[in-house]
Design a protein around this ligand. Structure first.
Ligand SMILES: Nc1ncnc2c1ncn2[C@@H]1O[C@H](COP(=O)(O)OP(=O)(O)OP(=O)(O)O)[C@@H](O)[C@H]1O
Length: 645
């Protein structure tokens, strides 16, 4: 078991951290999501058991026909039917045999249909409910989780793992039942009818089961290699196609072709290694089955023709019984071949189940406290006190991004946040929304620690326009309306006007119905930003955070937007991050961040007078400095302010 556990854990890759050791993950998932439709599951299970049992009938009926009708070796008798009910006329007996043969096939077909219907109904609903629950659990996870995982990897849980469980419940369980009922049934019938001859075909069962198991152990790591090779081939293709514009502009098509070729060749090698084992498996099983089959034929044939071939084989053997034995022993192969695959699938379903259990069970670090209260009637006084923060990394060695930041923004103030790139400006404001929690220190709104209020009320009260506005595939109207539930046309248009978006939207042939494409690719950067601002305007929040919200628009458009936003911002606390310093020139206070530290604060004029980092940045901004001053050029994110102090 240890060995199997290890290989599956290896295949978790980046998700080993969320997997929980749960010996009965599949069972737990079954209980949690299958209970509602348990009746379908039971019905399907019974149908498959009887359908498989029906498969045993024809060989038996044939044996009766041969012995009683064709060769007249035994009196006409059928197990389970009283002899008084059986016809005595041979013609009628033949008809009965034909009816039973046909009936067994039809009943088998109907039962298979019932089985497929009931189990597919069960498992499709199971899959649906599990996927939705897993998605909701995924959505509740904190930002650090998403920072450290690739979208494709997260999708793999929602798709592959959920599908794996569905596959297990429909196909693997069916196969397992087939193995038990078919193999067990055939072996039991043979041993009951003539156990001495029955030993010959059944003795190979453990050997076939062992070879199947060995096959899984051998092929499993090969399949893992194949999966890894498929993964890297896919990422290679995704990267190359995603970056096709860069590829073309650098005329790097041959280079990309080489990289794809190398990846594809790696896939070919791994696949071939797996194929070599796989193609040897079936012939091995065939040979083993054939040994039992031929041994039964030789001994049984001799027995029928000349009497017992050895004192061990006592009594008589009829031709009909021999035919039944030969029929059964040949059909051992298929279910037993599946034995290894069932073990394999079970292992995967368990691993998938454990990852999903891990996802469903774990409480994300950023969530409502039990006694969390709603943030209501927000005035908007925001206070950061001794805030330290570093991002969570896989190795827990994240660098400090914010150091000892303290400030107060009074209700209704407009705060400008400036500083060189990577100084920590966006991070500072993401903490306000609790996208991340501070390491030490506190952030309060109107005196309420953001960790003490409900996330819903906190985020409802803040309007956040991020640096890289994300638009969903859909119309412009849908993207603006995303802020609230069912806004009116007039409200949408008003918000768009405030954000300086209405004019260009009206210019499109489809107006607000224009579809923006995936991530809004069909719009320019500045247009995307304005739609994103409109979304926030419509939300009408108490506190506003604009993170480089107008960086992609020209000066003129920015002036228009600022003018429009004036009323919106006038009575609310707002934080505006800007590299273009003129954007925040009129702010009530400007905070200057440098390498995670708040190094200067004051109004535009005060900061200019001070002659520190801000005034240097301003001089660069207005072009008063020729070239970049050494003090700015030499620093990672800047320490000029400290030098100037
Ligand atoms: N999700 C993240 N995980 C790990 N590190 C991050 C993450 N986001 C930002 N950082 C790091 O934190 C530091 C501050 O980043 P932040 O985005 O807050 O800077 P900024 O001042 O807003 O920069 P810019 O002006 O370029 O937008 C940078 O060193 C950045 O590399």
């Amino acid at each position: 078991m240890g060995r199997r556990g290890k290989t599956v854990a290896d295949s978790d890759g980046v998700f080993s951290d969320i997997r929980v050791e749960d010996e009965r993950a599949v069972l737990r998932m079954f209980r949690q999501f299958g209970r509602k439709r348990l009746a379908y599951f039971v019905l399907g299970g019974l149908a498959t058991i009887f359908a498989r049992a029906m498969e045993l009938v024809p060989a038996y009926i044939l044996a009766v026909a041969i012995d009683s009708l064709f060769f007249d070796e035994q009196t006409f008798a059928i197990v389970g039917i009283p002899s008084a009910w059986l016809p005595t006329d041979p013609g009628q007996q033949l008809l009965l045999i034909a009816a039973l043969l046909g009936g067994a096939h039809v009943a088998g077909a109907v039962l298979s249909l019932v089985n497929s219907w009931a189990w597919n109904l069960f498992s499709q609903h199971f899959q649906h409910e599990l996927r939705v629950a897993a998605y909701e659990a995924m959505q509740r996870r904190h930002m650090g989780f998403f920072d450290n995982k690739q979208t494709g990897e997260i999708m793999s849980i929602l798709n592959n793992d959920v599908n794996q469980l569905e596959q297990f419940l429909t196909h693997t369980l069916n196969r397992a039942i087939r193995i038990v009922v078919r193999t067990g049934g055939m072996a039991a019938v043979m041993l009951i009818v003539n156990w001495r001859l029955g030993i010959l075909p059944t003795i190979v069962i453990p050997a076939i089961a062992y070879v199947s198991y060995k096959f899984v152990v051998l092929i499993h790591p090969k399949y893992q290699d194949v999966r890894a090779a498929v993964g890297s081939l896919n990422s290679r293709l995704e990267n190359s196609i995603g970056g096709i514009q860069v590829v073309k502009s650098f005329t790097n098509e041959p280079f990309e072709s080489d990289r794809v070729e190398a990846s594809s060749e790696n896939y070919l090698r791994k696949q071939w290694a797996a194929i070599r084992i796989r193609i040897a498996f079936r012939p091995t099983i065939k040979v083993l089955t054939a040994i039992g089959y031929v041994a039964t034929f030789v001994v049984g044939g001799w027995w029928v023709m000349f009497g017992s071939p050895h004192p061990f084989f006592q009594g008589t053997l009829t031709a009909g019984t021999l035919v039944m034995f030969l029929n059964y022993s040949r059909r051992f192969m298929n279910p037993l071949r599946d034995f290894g695959e069932v073990l394999n699938d079970y292992q995967y379903a368990e691993a998938a189940g454990e990852r999903i259990v891990g996802l469903l069970d774990s409480d994300p670090p950023i969530r409502d406290r039990e006694d969390a209260h709603d943030l209501t009637d927000v005035d908007g006084t925001v206070e950061y006190r001794d805030v330290w923060f570093s991002y969570e990394t896989e190795d827990d060695e994240g660098e400090t991004v914010l150091q000892d930041v303290s400030f107060t923004a009074d209700s209704g103030q407009m705060i400008g946040l400036v500083g060189s790139t990577g100084a920590g400006k966006s991070t500072l404001l993401k903490l306000l929304l609790r996208m991340y929690d501070v390491d030490t220190g506190s952030i309060t709104i109107d005196g309420h620690d953001v960790r003490d209020v409900s996330l819903q009320s906190l985020r409802d009260s803040i309007g956040y326009v991020s640096q890289e506005p994300y638009l969903f595939h859909g119309s412009i109207r849908e993207n603006i309306a995303y802020a609230t539930r069912n806004p009116s046309e007039r409200e949408i248009e008003k918000a768009a006007r405030t954000a300086g978006a209405h004019e260009f939207v009206e210019g499109f042939p489809d107006g607000y119905d224009t579809v923006v494409g995936e991530r809004g690719v069909k719009l320019s950067g500045g247009q995307r930003q304005r739609i994103s601002i409109a979304r926030t305007v419509l939300k009408d929040p108490d506190i506003i955070v604009l993170d480089e919200a107008t960086s992609h628009v020209d000066n003129e458009t920015e002036a228009i937007i600022q003018n429009n936003l004036h009323d919106l911002i006038a009575n609310r606390t707002s934080f505006i991050i800007a590299h273009r310093l003129s954007t925040v020139r009129d702010a009530d206070a400007i905070f200057v961040l440098d390498d995670g530290e708040l190094v200067e604060r004051g109004t535009h004029d005060e900061l200019l007078e001070r002659g520190g980092l801000y005034s240097t940045l301003w001089e660069v901004h207005v072009g008063e400095l020729e070239g970049v001053p050494d003090a700015l050029a030499d620093r990672p994110t800047g320490s000029v302010a400290k030098e100037n102090e």
